[in-house]
Design a protein around this ligand. Structure first.
Ligand code: UD1
Length: 340
């Protein structure tokens, strides 16, 4: 059984990936500092898979702890690195916190990964690196644009750090996955997204509004150059996204990669407007959502959806869930945690 380290393994995407890894027979070690996650997620994972992952509460900003961790777990065959701060607005207020959290930790991890017998590394990147791309759907060759926020910049710099390290360390094999908009929850409703405070992202805001925690959803802008005037994104079910990590990891473990640094878009290839997401929610929940139009949100782009051919062909991976299925799982999860 191969042992895989998942940093941030109790977070939203991390926890779903741990489930898929365990389902595929991997042994998982989770590192999480619980700064934006809850220890109960471990029970959710255990209940779904029947196996409890090894858990180490550890702050990756402490390099000595990272070194000690790898001394203890020297048989790790691959690392999937999710642990990072991800609130765009907060990153603008606290840039140094974001650079320290997202980049120092990456450097400490990579230094140890290079010393492993198998240096396989998967990085959580984001479609945010493309900014407002000129052509839709967005291919992996679309130019990287100046980042809109320190958060976005940490993803760009993170990719550069890995790419530069791969150039001189041919034993390092890395894949950066550029996620589009992850939504939804596990079909068991035992794990899902747990936003702290007021959600910044669309789907948790919708489900919290429907659950009565928020008065009404503000749709940020209805005067964009899109068919219904609202922004378009590529919403991908988190379980599909989790599975993309497993196939990317398997590609490295089976040494099928053609370069030691590769990037893949992970999206559905379908663009949906904010109003279409609301309609989908209303359809699957059977209730109407209270929403109003508001001013545009600063930093928002008009449209982003993925060209998925590279991931489809090379990874042999394709998103399976529709927007309706993803929205239903998000709503089931919200109802579960609010006891509705
Ligand atoms: C955001 C981040 C992105 C990050 C991603 C992680 C920004 C500008 N971008 O993407 O860098 O990788 O989250 O999940 O924050 N919307 C509303 N009302 C709301 C919330 C959102 O209308 O209350 C709209 C937004 O204007 C946007 C769409 O819903 O058009 C999706 O927003 P969101 O879920 O925040 O994701 P992104 O902005 O695409």
């Amino acid at each position: 059984m191969k042992k895989i380290l998942v940093t941030g393994g109790l977070g939203f995407i991390g926890s779903h990936t741990v489930v898929e890894l365990q389902n595929e027979g991997f042994e998982v070690v989770i590192i999480d500092d619980l700064s934006n996650s809850s220890i109960e997620v471990l029970d959710g994972i255990t209940s779904i898979t029947g196996a409890k992952p090894i858990f180490e509460k550890l702050d990756l900003k402490h390099e000595s702890s990272v070194i000690d961790f790898f001394k203890k777990h020297h048989t790790i065959s691959g690392v999937i690195h999710f642990a990072a701060s991800k609130a765009v607005g907060e990153s603008v207020e606290k840039p140094l916190l974001y650079y320290e959290n997202n980049l120092n930790t990456l450097i400490y991890l990579l230094k140890e990964v290079l010393l492993l017998p198998a240096s396989n590394f998967i990085f959580s990147s984001s479609c945010t690196v493309y900014g407002q791309a000129e052509e839709m759907p967005i291919t992996e060759n679309a130019p990287i644009q100046p980042a809109e926020s320190p958060y976005g910049n940490t993803k760009q710099i993170g990719e550069e750090i890995i790419r530069d390290t791969c150039k001189v360390n041919t034993n390092l094999n890395a894949i950066a996955l550029r996620y589009f908009n992850p939504i939804g929850a596990h079909s068991s409703a035992k794990i899902g997204e747990l936003p702290i405070g007021v959600p910044q992202n669309l789907v948790p805001y919708i489900t919290q509004t429907a659950a009565g925690l928020r008065e009404s959803l503000s749709v940020f802008g209805n005067d964009y150059q899109t068919p219904d005037g609202t922004c378009i994104r590529d919403y991908i079910h988190v379980v599909d996204l989790a599975k993309a990590h497993v196939v990317a990891l398997q590609r490295l473990l089976e040494q099928k990669n053609t370069s030691n640094y590769e990037t893949f878009n992970v999206g559905t290839g379908v663009g949906s407007s904010v109003l279409e997401v609301i309609k989908s929610f209303e359809k699957v929940s059977g209730q109407s959502l209270n929403y109003k139009f508001a001013a545009r949100r600063e930093g928002d782009i008009t449209s982003a959806y993925a060209h998925t051919e590279k991931a489809n062909k090379i990874l042999g991976w394709k998103a399976k869930s529709s927007l309706d299925e993803a929205m239903k799982s998000a709503w089931d999860w919200e109802k579960h945690i609010r006891n509705l």
